[in-house]
Design a protein around this ligand. Structure first.
Ligand SMILES: [Cu+2]
Length: 284
């Protein structure tokens, strides 16, 4: 390779490094549509079809609970007022009522079936996608995360940023910020594989409706499709040791074009070190 070619490649790589945005903790502020707010009621804003269905199912269950609670409260109040010693001094002596016993056995069974059917449907919907457009692999370590993008041959670690280095002016959040962010394209079916190097961890992003155990010696699978741009946060959700609470997760969901730019910049940086060495040697 001629000196001119090497000089040109060095110039191109330095151009790429200086002009592409830094995809890390010092990345520009992004919208955080799912970030919890003070006095928020309910769950984090859902940004995937799975999370949306989880929210709908959760709301349905809350209403089932409300109806049952009101019904039981009404029965209790009737007992208090109609059958107290003053209102009903001579209690009835009968016991057993076949019709009533059939009813109070059948109705709870029907309630459980009504809950089980959508629950199982959602469980299988969450399980996996047959039409994955890309794959990422999440590896749990004591106490940080490693990520691999097998399609693009990219891999990196993400470590928590200690409290003392948190810069709130950049939109960083204590106990939630990592040095490297996971970058994912919007509106893309993404297969996520989970494993661990040491103990059980659990990669969790509430806004995605994703929470799965990272088991050593086993690969678990789920999928996601994020429909909104922004920065999303999660934490390890399996007690994995003394620094369990220092395994935050930051995912930046970007446009497909920005994702391609990030992949290109990552590949460039991976091949930059040998290129620089060759340039130095050629310059001597
Ligand atoms: Cu963990």
């Amino acid at each position: 390779m001629s000196r001119l070619t090497l000089a040109l490649s060095a110039a191109v790589s330095s151009f790429l490094f200086t002009t592409l945005p830094a995809w890390a903790a010092d990345a520009p502020r992004m919208p955080t549509p799912s970030f919890p707010v003070p006095w928020q009621m309910g769950l984090q804003h859902p940004v995937t079809p799975v999370a949306q269905q989880m929210h709908d199912f959760h709301t349905f269950l809350v209403w089932v609970c409300v109806v049952i609670s009101v019904f039981v409260l009404a029965l209790l109040l009737i007992c208090f007022f109609r059958f107290n010693e003053k209102a009903n001094p001579v209690p009835a002596k009968w016991s057993h009522n076949t019709l009533l016993e059939v009813i109070w056995t059948t109705i709870p069974v029907l309630v459980l079936v009504t809950i089980a059917v959508p629950s199982y449907r959602l469980l299988y919907y969450m399980d996996r996608t047959t039409e994955a457009e890309m794959t990422i692999k999440v590896i749990g370590n004591q106490w940080f995360w490693s990520y691999e993008y097998p399609d693009s041959e990219i891999s990196f670690d993400a470590l928590a940023i200690p409290d003392a280095s948190i810069d709130a002016a950049k939109g960083q959040h204590r106990m939630l910020e990592t040095d490297n962010h996971v970058i994912l394209p919007v509106n893309t079916n993404i297969r996520i594989l989970f494993t661990a190097n040491d103990v059980i961890h659990a990669w969790t992003i509430p806004a995605f409706g994703v929470k799965l155990d990272n088991m050593p010696g086993r690969v678990n699978e789920t999928w996601t499709r994020v429909t909104e741009l922004g920065r999303f946060y999660g934490e390890c959700s399996e007690l994995c040791g003394v620094d369990h609470s220092f395994m935050p997760i930051v995912v930046d969901v970007v446009s497909k074009e920005d994702y391609q730019a990030w992949v290109a910049s990552k590949k460039q940086s991976a091949s930059a070190a040998p290129a620089a060495t060759t340039t130095q040697v050629a310059a001597q």
